[in-house]
Design a protein. Structure first.
Length: 501
């Protein structure tokens, strides 16, 4: 249903070398200062992406190479993570250092007219009209391109037509969660004890990334407190009341998403994978509670009977707590890997923040309200879920491109993880196998993909030859060949990086 993540078949640094040898020198020669800035920035992104794959995927919400690249420019400001960051973890970089190299020299935007009435345009959008006629894009298509520095639409076709977005709806989900909670917010999983400490309850907060080491640490902390009270045997319960409504997504049992519960370990995955489709537990909350009981036993606290579902009582007291990675990290992982479980958790966290029930309807109302507060076009929008697996989702290309432009706005640094989490063309996440060393878009395009049967979409950012950071959204429905549709979408994005004359 959604794109499985594939890894590059060649070393990304080798690919970078090939790109530089085959096209880089030729393209850099003779460029003016503004063009040189744009191309150099793009190649910097390629290098950052390649180094990220070599170093490892995540570092508290920001790929290591990209973080160091931003820090090397001495930038300050932006949003910092809260105190208590785990040892060795670093906060996500501030937005200005990441985006500054993508600007034209001196920060002055090139505001030359690019568009004309009727959906026609000059470079860099001149090729879009022709490319959008590709039959591979199915029976309906929409496109919007925005200059993020000015907010001006450079191109639009069907911009305000609601269409099924597939996984590109995760951009909207992520923006709403960041707006509601901030990038430094962490989801807590807690253990609470009865007044006599002879009963404990594992309380899920909605963190789908809770893992065995975190569960073991919770058990160890709980055991330490209990032993201090002279308790060596307890009754165990688990509380999933933070979420309401049905646990199953409307698509039913599916390897792309686990049952939606406030308590789970490793997204309910049964094969030790960390992305893409996987066999899923039918009872992730019960499995997590049983594993916690075994870990308590390992720590010297006996649990004679199995855990039971129940709510922590009002007079219970906290004895242990685990905090998830910052929301910025969860957003980046959700976007890069097209992670459905995290996306649905983000939608429910937004509902909780708004005082809505943490179910599909509550999340839909909360996410829609947050996007409205960002003054984005919501006509015809229906955010039926957070992941894009629901075909009832409807958004416009104008909304998606507008969200990306808003995330690049210096007035909204809290939204910057929406940009830094986008897959890098040819290197990371769901774009790792979509571009080649010969493609002009490799390393220059960052975009969220979307794939359902008959639906394909691509929304992201690209630096054009004039040094501008452009936000784009391309939606297609009625497609019959996913691979051909994806190639056509990739060609659309590439035309912005290297316009066809």
């Amino acid at each position: 249903m959604d794109e499985p993540v594939k890894r590059p078949s060649v070393n990304p640094l080798d690919r970078l070398g090939a790109l530089t040898r085959r096209g880089g020198a030729t393209r850099l020669k003779g460029l003016n200062d503004r063009q040189f800035t744009a191309v150099a920035a793009g190649l910097g992104l390629v290098l950052a992406a390649g180094a990220a794959l070599a170093a490892g995927p995540w570092d508290s919400g920001q790929r290591k190479a990209e973080q160091d690249w931003a820090a090397a420019r001495g930038g300050t400001g932006g949003v910092h993570h809260e105190a208590g960051t785990p040892s060795g973890a670093r906060p996500a970089p501030s937005a200005p250092p990441v985006l500054a190299p993508l600007s034209v020299p001196g920060g002055a935007a090139d505001t030359a007219d690019d568009s004309a009435p009727g959906g026609t345009a000059s470079a860099p959008t001149a090729a879009l009209g022709r490319l959008l006629k590709d039959p591979a894009l199915g029976t309906a298509r929409a496109a919007v391109v925005i200059d993020t520095a000015t907010g001006k639409r450079l191109y639009e076709q069907g911009a305000d037509t609601p269409m099924t977005p597939a996984s590109t709806v995760k951009i909207a989900t992520s923006a709403a969660a960041l707006s509601a909670l901030g990038p430094h917010h962490r989801i807590a999983t807690t253990v609470r004890a009865s007044p006599d400490f002879r009963a404990v309850t594992l309380v899920g907060g909605g963190d789908p990334t809770l893992d065995e080491p975190a569960l073991r640490a919770l058990a160890a902390d709980t055991a330490r407190v209990l032993k201090q009270r002279g308790v060596t045997k307890v009754r165990l319960a688990y509380d999933t009341s933070r979420y309401s409504g049905p646990a199953r997504h409307p698509i039913g049992r599916n390897e792309n998403i686990a049952p939606l519960t406030a308590l789970m370990t490793d997204e309910g995955r049964l094969d030790r994978s960390d992305s893409g489709p996987a066999p899923r537990s039918d009872d992730p909350a019960g499995d997590t509670a049983r594993a916690f009981g075994e870990l308590l036993d390992d720590a010297g606290i006996a649990v004679p009977s199995g855990p039971v579902s129940g709510r922590a009582t009002a007079d219970s007291r906290p004895v242990a707590r685990h905090l998830s990675a910052p929301l910025s990290a969860l957003v980046e992982r959700a976007l890069t890997n097209s992670d459905n479980d995290i996306a649905e958790a983000l939608a429910r966290q937004t509902a909780v923040a708004a005082g809505e029930p943490a179910d599909f309807d509550g999340a839909r109302r909360a996410v829609t309200a947050r996007l409205g507060a960002l003054q984005l076009p919501l006509k015809g929008a229906n955010l039926a879920d957070g992941s894009g697996l629901n075909r009832k989702d409807k958004v416009t290309a104008g909304l998606l491109a507008g969200l990306l432009a808003r995330a690049a706005d210096p007035a909204h640094p809290e939204l910057r993880p929406v940009l830094t989490g986008l897959p890098v063309a040819g290197f990371t996440g769901t774009l790792s196998d979509r571009y080649t060393a010969k493609s002009a878009g490799t390393g220059l395009i960052r975009a969220k993909t979307g794939t359902l049967t008959g639906v394909n979409s691509l929304a992201g950012t690209v630096v054009d030859a004039r040094g501008r950071l452009l936000a784009f959204a391309f939606l297609a429905s009625g497609t019959t060949s996913p691979s051909e549709a994806q190639s056509s979408l990739d060609a659309l994005a590439t035309s912005l990086a290297a316009p066809t004359r």
